[in-house]
Write a protein that binds this ligand. Structure first.
Ligand code: NAD
Ligand code: TDX
Length: 333
């Protein structure tokens, strides 16, 4: 039996990972989550009380983090400010949570000799040209574009330094764009699904040719568990499921799945500094640790996600109007 501390475990991917631990391991889980606007305790409802408990708190609260890390065998660090658009309007919380929060966890892991897995993003590598035959690998140089991705890049560098200088037993993963249940309506896929469900039109930035490499959150969770169990200390593993699609392709699929014409969308003001293309080569994770994605059919995974949002209006409805008002203020609605 392992005691695992999951930071950000009430968020989109963190909560998926907590379910993965309950369903596939005998771990006892503590979630440390500040319960920001992005959190959802609903996503943790129904989990066995003896297996999962929630501590409401900040990863940048050093005394709290020390106390918690000291009574766990491993930490899986998901907590972050995660939305690029928010980082362009108010970068401060991204520096505080993503960099200072990771520093606090590293210091605690160092003091207590506790294993840490740091969850990061492919955005730390910047972007690729549309016709570049290469994809991101563990050797791609860091080149982040936004305050969000720069803060995540900073956190990755801290983890590497604490491994090398202090012998902290950490691993890092950099994953591509996730989709699935419980993703906040600020993000691309949930925003467009809920717009269409509301009888509104999807809002596509710029020309819609930007490419993202989609992976189901459940496959991300399985990969993180694989790395925590069998990853080599000090190593970085890229997580991806060969799911490259441009934004117009995704929007047309959503429109089609909800019975609307494929051209029923609006092109709106582009994101400042908008990364063109992300693409992951996950050969190392697959060859070394034997992980493979289960969700190989993006259209089917998207259709299930569309159905999930149709069935969970009570969950997303309270966030929709304020999220759209924020986009309207930036000319993106
Ligand atoms: P999310 O925004 O849905 O959830 C983040 C969670 O962290 C929320 O529950 C929030 O309350 C919590 N949190 C925020 N600040 C905190 C703080 N200071 N202390 C404690 N808890 C705090 O994010 P997500 O999409 O689930 O992303 C989770 C992690 O995965 C992040 O580290 C992100 O960088 C990484 N990631 C996300 C994606 C993606 O496509 N969403 C892809 C690759 C990597
Ligand atoms: O309304 C929109 N219209 C639109 O065209 C929104 C919200 C987004 N977009 C575009 C921007 C991107 O090209 O869709 C694409 C995906 O946008 P986001 O959902 O905001 O994701 P992205 O910026 O790619 O970052 C995501 O993947 C990497 C997560 O939010 C990050 O946390 C993760 O690190």
């Amino acid at each position: 039996m392992q005691r695992i501390l999951v930071t950000g475990g009430a968020g989109f991917i963190g909560s998926n990972f907590v379910h993965h631990l309950v369903d596939h391991t005998d771990a006892v889980v503590t979630v440390l989550d500040k319960l920001t606007y992005a959190a959802s305790t609903d996503a943790l409802e129904g989990l066995p009380e003896g297996r999962v408990s929630l501590v409401v708190g900040d990863v940048a609260d050093q005394p709290l983090v020390h106390e918690l890390v000291g009574r766990h065998d491993a930490v899986v660090h998901f907590a972050a400010e995660s939305h690029n658009d928010n980082s362009l309007t108010e970068p401060g919380p991204f520096i505080q949570t993503n960099i200072v929060g990771t520093f606090c966890l590293l210091e605690a892991a160092r003091q207590h000799g506790v294993r840490l897995h740091h969850v990061s993003t492919d955005e730390v590598y910047g972007d690729l040209e549309l016709d570049d035959p290469q994809r991101f690998t563990e050797h791609t140089p860091y080149n982040p574009s936004s305050p969000y991705s720069a803060a995540k890049a900073g956190s990755d560098h801290l983890v590497r330094a604490w491994v090398r200088s202090f012998g902290v037993t950490a691993t890092i993963s950099n994953c591509s764009n996730n989709y699935g249940p419980w993703q906040h309506v600020e993000k691309f896929i949930p925003r467009q699904i809920t717009n269409v469900l509301d009888g509104d039109r999807p809002k596509v930035y710029g020309t819609g040719t930007n490419v993202r490499d989609w992976i189901h959150a459940a496959d991300h969770s399985a990969a993180v568990w694989t790395i925590l169990e069998r990853g080599r200390i000090g190593e970085t593993y890229l997580i991806g499921a060969d799911g490259e699609k441009n934004n117009l392709e995704v929007v047309r699929l959503i429109l089609e799945q909800l019975g609307r014409p494929a051209d029923d969308y609006d092109l709106v003001t582009d994101r400042a500094g908008h990364d063109l293309r992300y693409a992951i080569d996950s050969t190392k994770l697959r060859d070394e640790l034997g992980w493979t994605p289960s969700y190989r059919d993006f259209e089917a995974g998207l259709a299930a996600t569309v159905e999930w949002y149709r069935d969970h209006e009570a969950w997303w409805r309270p966030h929709k109007a304020a999220t759209e008002a924020g986009y309207a203020a930036k000319g993106q609605a």
